[in-house]
Write a protein that binds this ligand. Structure first.
Ligand SMILES: Nc1ncnc2c1ncn2[C@@H]1O[C@H](COP(=O)(O)OP(=O)(O)OP(=O)(O)O)[C@@H](O)[C@H]1O
Ligand SMILES: [Mg+2]
Length: 239
C-alpha cells in the first residue's frame, strides 16, 4: 500500500443539508496539494471534517494504513494530522515559544523538531519570548504553522494561509511550507487564489459549491488565470 492521506466519499453538513458531497481526494507524503474554492465553497468545512472537529455524514478518512474515521479529533494529531485553522486560533497571552512547546508535548523528540521549525521560520526564534497577541498578522500565521509542525505531522492541513496578509508575506510563508515538505510532510493547502499557490503546488483540486469538480496540475487545468476566471470568481491579482 502506498502511504497517503485518503478521503473517500465524504459527505458533510451542519444540518440535514450537506455542504460537501462525495469528496474523494488524496495527498502523498512530500506532496503539496491545493484545494481551490471561492467563498463558501466548503473549504473550511472539509478541513474540519478531515480533522474530526466536525462529523462526516458518510465517507472515510485514512492516514496511511490507519482508518481514522471514527477517531476523536484530539487523537488525530497523534496519528499524524495537523491543522492550521482559519483565524489561526492562538492564545494571545502565551508566548511564541509556549505555543511551540505545548504542541510539542505529543512529539517524542520535541527539541529536534523545534530546531527544525526555528530554522524554517527564523522570525519565530527572534520573537520567541513575545506574546502572540502582540505579533503582526504574518508572525501570528508563522506561529500557527510552527505550532502545527511541532507535532511532526505526516500531513499538514492549512486553511487560507494568506487571509489578511500582504501578498509578499503570504508568499514567504508558502515558500517555507514548500521547504518543510523536504522532511516528508504532505501539505494540503486551502486557498481562494490559484496565483498565490501556483509555484508551490504539485497539483490542485477545484472545489465548487461542495463538490470537487476538477483535479490536476495547474497547467493541465489551463493555468492560474483561467482557473480564477472560470471557477473562482477572483481577480487576476488573486486578491
Ligand atoms: N457552523 C455552521 N453552521 C451552518 N452552516 C455553516 C457553518 N459553517 C459554514 N456553514 C456553511 O457551509 C458552507 C461552506 O462554508 P465554509 O466555511 O466551509 O466555506 P469556505 O470555502 O471555507 O469559505 P471561505 O472562503 O469564506 O472561508 C457555507 O454555505 C456556509 O454558510
Ligand atoms: Mg473558510
Amino acid at each position: 500500500m502506498i502511504p497517503k492521506l485518503t478521503v473517500t466519499g465524504f459527505t458533510v453538513g451542519y444540518t440535514h443539508v450537506p455542504v460537501l458531497r462525495g469528496i474523494d481526494l488524496d495527498v502523498l507524503p512530500s506532496e503539496v496539494v491545493g484545494i481551490l474554492g471561492a467563498n463558501g465553497a466548503g473549504k473550511t468545512t472539509l478541513l474540519r471534517a478531515i480533522m474530526g472537529t466536525l462529523p462526516a455524514t458518510s465517507g472515510t478518512v485514512q492516514v496511511d494504513d490507519l482508518d481514522v474515521t471514527s477517531m476523536p479529533a484530539e487523537d488525530r494529531a497523534r496519528v499524524g494530522l495537523a491543522h492550521v485553522p482559519e483565524g489561526r486560533r492562538l492564545f494571545s497571552s502565551l508566548t511564541v515559544e509556549e505555543h511551540l512547546d505545548v504542541a510539542g508535548l505529543i512529539n517524542p523528540d520535541p527539541a529536534a523538531t523545534k530546531d527544525q521549525v526555528l530554522e524554517l521560520l527564523p522570525k519565530l526564534a527572534e520573537r520567541r519570548r513575545q506574546k502572540a497577541g502582540t505579533l503582526s498578522g504574518g508572525e501570528q500565521q508563522m506561529v500557527a504553522i510552527g505550532r502545527a509542525l511541532m507535532t511532526a505531522p505526516r500531513y499538514l492541513l492549512i486553511d487560507e494561509l494568506s487571509a489578511g496578509l500582504a501578498p509578499v508575506i503570504a508568499q514567504e510563508l508558502v515558500e517555507a511550507l514548500v521547504r518543510s515538505r523536504e522532511s516528508g510532510t504532505g501539505v494540503l493547502l486551502v486557498e481562494q487564489s490559484p496565483h498565490l499557490v501556483a509555484d508551490a503546488v504539485d497539483r490542485v483540486y477545484l472545489l465548487e459549491r461542495g463538490s470537487l469538480v476538477a483535479e490536476g496540475t495547474l497547467a493541465s487545468l489551463g493555468g492560474a488565470d483561467r482557473i480564477a476566471d472560470l471557477y473562482l470568481g477572483v481577480d487576476r491579482e488573486g486578491a
